[in-house]
Write a protein that binds this ligand. Structure first.
Ligand code: ADP
Ligand code: MG
Length: 359
């Protein structure tokens, strides 16, 4: 039996016109699983978490936590937040400013009448888990952003709830600290698995942290699987775009040849039965720049492009390109090529050059 089960969850908000924030969402979360919900701003991630926590009343559907039904509209079941054994970690750390770190972490134990745990050293143990045991007697104002977020993490975990919900908890940290806390959170979950739903709009966070990830669009889940499976085999263009296949090349078959924006694709395979046009999605990291058609390798196809701009990125160049055709949109395509592998990157990559985008 799965640990958390959400069936046909529905939530809308009044107003003109009303907003359907969660639209018949189904979700099964296994015990010990770290599920990442990935989607753009406004797709309903926060509302989904708030429904799970009991902070928002759904219009329909059921939510089961372990063997307890916590929400079922038809049976009139709607447990209040304090009756659901759930921990939450928010984007804003939401620590009590007047309480010490120790008291902040201990807070969920108090409200859950887990007083024995207070004496039993649970607070110290959890603080050690997120590496803030030396901060216990400080006030939140005396901590850095990263330290505050660790305290918030400890507070979410201390009661060892059935489920921990994270709402973009890393997005207020600067880039280096974000990577560090992300790595610590990943390590923590590997060492001591707990069941979690982690919401983010950041694909690298989702890929790094999720034991599975679910891609959300307009209130429902469009694809769910291991990060590797979703990354390698996106079900549609929306998911493809969200997992880094940022180049879109609409291809058209005319009189025995393939074209992209009216420019012939060199080396393209003949048409498969029935297919006349489709959109090719390409990762910037997986394409190559060739000097000319003669420089294409066996099995490669390519299309003529103009180099609109080149940005130096240390180990790579970010090359912005447009199809070499009148009226083509500038900087529409992006290649990320190595600066150290000269067998793959010709010296002639520079602004204004005409090259072949190989794929
Ligand atoms: P996300 O967290 O993915 O950015 P939200 O769950 O916050 O998305 O919002 C989903 C949709 O519901 C949005 O269109 C948002 O404007 C709307 N919404 C969220 N909360 C409320 C509210 N309290 N009242 C009215 N509309 C809301
Ligand atoms: Mg949100």
């Amino acid at each position: 039996m799965s640990h958390v089960s959400v069936r046909r969850l529905l939530k809308n908000f009044g107003g003109k016109p009303p907003t359907v924030a969660v639209d018949n969402l189904d979700l099964e979360i296994e015990d010990g699983e770290f599920l990442v919900l990935l989607g753009p701003s406004g797709c309903g991630k926060t509302t989904t978490l708030r429904c799970l926590a009991g902070l928002e009343q759904p219009v329909g559907g059921t939510i089961t936590l372990g063997d307890q039904v916590v929400f079922d509209r038809e049976r009139g079941i709607d447990l209040t937040p304090d009756k659901r054994f759930i921990g939450m970690v928010f984007q804003s750390y939401a620590l009590w400013p007047h309480m010490s770190v120790r008291k902040n972490i201990a807070y969920p134990l108090k409200s859950r009448k887990l007083k024995d745990e207070l004496r039993g050293g649970r607070v110290e143990e959890t603080a050690a888990l997120v590496d803030c045991e030396r901060l216990l007697d400080r006030l939140p104002a005396e901590l850095s952003g990263g330290q505050q977020q660790r305290v918030a993490l400890a507070r979410g975990l201390v009661a060892q709830p059935d489920l921990v919900l994270f709402d973009e908890p890393l997005s207020n940290l600067d880039a280096r600290l974000r990577d560090q806390v992300r790595a610590e959170l990943h390590d923590l979950h590997q060492r001591k698995p707990f069941t979690a739903v982690f919401v983010t709009h950041d694909q690298s966070e989702a890929l790094a942290l999720g034991t599975r990830m679910a891609i959300m669009n307009s209130g429902h889940i469009v694809q769910m699987g291991t990060p590797r499976a979703v990354f390698e085999d996106p079900v549609d263009e929306y998911v493809a775009g969200f997992t880094g296949m940022s180049n879109r090349l609409p291809c058209e078959y005319v009189d025995g040849r393939w074209y992209a924006h009216g420019t012939e694709i060199i080396g393209a395979e003949p048409r498969a039965a029935g297919i006349r046009d489709f959109v090719l999605r390409l990762r910037p990291e997986k394409v190559r720049l060739a000097i000319d058609a003669a420089d294409l390798r066996p099995g490669e196809a390519g299309v003529a492009v103009n180099v609109d701009d080149v940005e130096f990125g240390g180990l790579h160049l970010d090359v912005m390109l447009s199809i070499a055709a009148p009226g083509a949109r500038r900087r529409e395509l992006h290649a990320r090529v190595s600066t150290f592998d000269s067998s793959r990157t010709p010296r002639s990559v520079e602004r204004g050059a005409r090259m072949i985008l190989a794929f």
